[in-house]
Write a protein that binds this ligand. Structure first.
Ligand code: C2O
Ligand code: CU
Ligand code: CU
Length: 437
């Protein structure tokens, strides 16, 4: 779905549907009878009006992950909740300087975000570049995971899976298992990748092909970086240029160790790998093969470097897991010692301030840290200074490690949240409220 004259009008109905996943008819969640939901294609300065209907038997809502839009009113307001049968008219206005790239939408109802996403409720939002990235073609690859029981009903996560973060046995690309793509030698493909898994990290490799990373999330490096692999925490996106080399390759996600719970009975800590897409490169390069365009986007917006500049406020934000007082004495997932309470403002920020947040993970598990609305610039990761300008909206904080970011609370004001993007952790309390006024 593409905006016309600066407007995009969309209707989505969240519902339990019968659909085909990995060759089986199953009952899954969907916005439009298929998974993923429709891709919304817009440009900076556009307005998206979106009516969401709740056809589920539980509350839901919608979040536009990564979009730099107001978190208030009918815009990206995660405090809005729709009961079953209700509808809500969202209205998102992208500023004229909105960064291009791939973003996505998913439900954000505290307590059931992970299961609704795992069930199939997600889709991509592409904010197109003012001038397209120089490439033979563009591909959008949305990676998600899910699972079903023998009767075709969605897998219900066990307590142990909720602790670690559920990982589905099916890892899908654009809703498909075993997708394949074809290209000719020398093609320059622009890939937009989305990690739409509830809790699974992706460690992507594409042996035999050349990958050049333009940036993670909406951030863009000053120069593209040649890479052997790309690690995407849940919620992260990547923009890549793949230069096709003759032969057959497989886009794979490799095993990834995200830290152990150190508790008896917990599942193994390492995420398993999976084959995602087979890439077949053959045939003659196009007869009219032009010289390879330079590996940059046209007119890249100059990435802003906050690393050396002044800082108005420094804070420490602590991610922890402890024994909770909750029923059953399960673990508590906390930020600064507290579980999420939507009625409390945890961090009050002055609009216009530049803040430095030292995110300390005291727990034995990794936690990908996500802030809505305002991108975070990496300053230091696990004791090492960031060597390039790198802006993200999800930063991965390793077990028992520290990541330092800087945030410019400029442009947009309002109240929203930050949280762990292992959505099972968010659902169990690892979320807090920030307000910029
Ligand atoms: Cu992708 Cu607060 O979420
Ligand atoms: Cu988000
Ligand atoms: Cu977490």
């Amino acid at each position: 779905l593409r905006s016309v004259d600066g407007r995009l009008d969309v209707e989505l109905t969240a519902a339990l549907v019968e659909t085909e996943v990995a060759g089986r008819i199953v009952r899954a969640l969907s916005y439009r009878d298929r998974i993923p939901g429709p891709t919304l294609r817009v440009r900076a300065g556009d307005r998206i009006t979106l009516r969401l209907r709740n056809g589920l038997d539980a509350p839901t809502n919608l979040h536009t992950h990564g979009l730099v839009v107001s978190p208030e009113g009918n815009s990206d307001n995660v405090f809005v909740m729709l009961d079953p049968g209700e509808a809500f008219d969202y209205d998102y206005r992208l500023g004229p300087d909105h960064p291009p790239g791939v973003f996505w939408y998913h439900p954000h109802h505290h307590g059931t975000t992970a299961e609704q996403l795992f069930g199939g409720l997600f889709g991509a939002i592409v904010v197109e570049e003012p001038e397209p990235v120089a490439a033979t073609r563009e591909r959008l690859l949305i990676v998600s995971d899910t699972g079903f029981d023998a009767a075709g009903n969605l897998h219900v996560a066990t307590q142990a899976e909720r602790m670690l973060g559920r990982e589905g046995e099916l890892v899908l690309v654009n809703g498909q298992l075993g997708a394949s793509i074809e290209a000719a030698p020398g093609d320059r493909e622009h890939w937009r990748l989305v990690n739409a898994c509830s809790s699974r990290h992706l460690r992507l490799q594409l042996d035999g092909q050349r990958m050049s990373l333009l940036g993670i999330d909406a951030g863009r490096y000053a120069e593209p970086r040649e890479v052997e692999e790309v690690v995407l925490a849940p919620g992260n996106r990547a923009e890549l240029i793949v230069t096709a080399v003759e032969g057959e390759s497989v886009l794979r996600t490799m095993p990834f160790d995200r830290g152990a719970m150190g508790m008896a009975g917990s599942p193994p800590s390492a995420t398993t790998g999976a084959d995602l897409v087979s890439v077949v490169v053959r045939g003659e390069p196009e007869a009219t093969a032009q010289p390879t365009p330079p590996a940059t986007t046209s007119a890249p917006p100059e990435p802003r470097d906050l690393r050396g500049g002044p800082v108005d406020v420094r804070r420490i934000v602590t991610l922890a897991m402890g024994m909770g007082g909750g029923m059953g004495g399960g673990p508590a997932f906390t930020i600064d010692g507290r579980e999420f309470d939507e009625g409390r403002v945890d961090l009050a920020v002055r609009h216009g301030a530049i803040e430095e947040w030292t995110i300390v993970n005291t727990s034995p598990m990794d936690h990908p840290f996500h802030l809505h609305v305002w991108p975070m610039q990496l300053v230091e990761v696990d004791g090492e200074a960031a060597d390039v300008v790198d802006h993200r909206d999800v930063v991965h904080v390793r077990a028992r490690s520290t990541t330092v970011v800087r945030i410019a609370f400029e442009g947009i004001a309002g109240r929203t949240v930050f949280h762990c993007h292992i959505l099972d952790h968010e659902d169990q309390g690892m979320m807090a409220v920030v307000e910029a006024t």
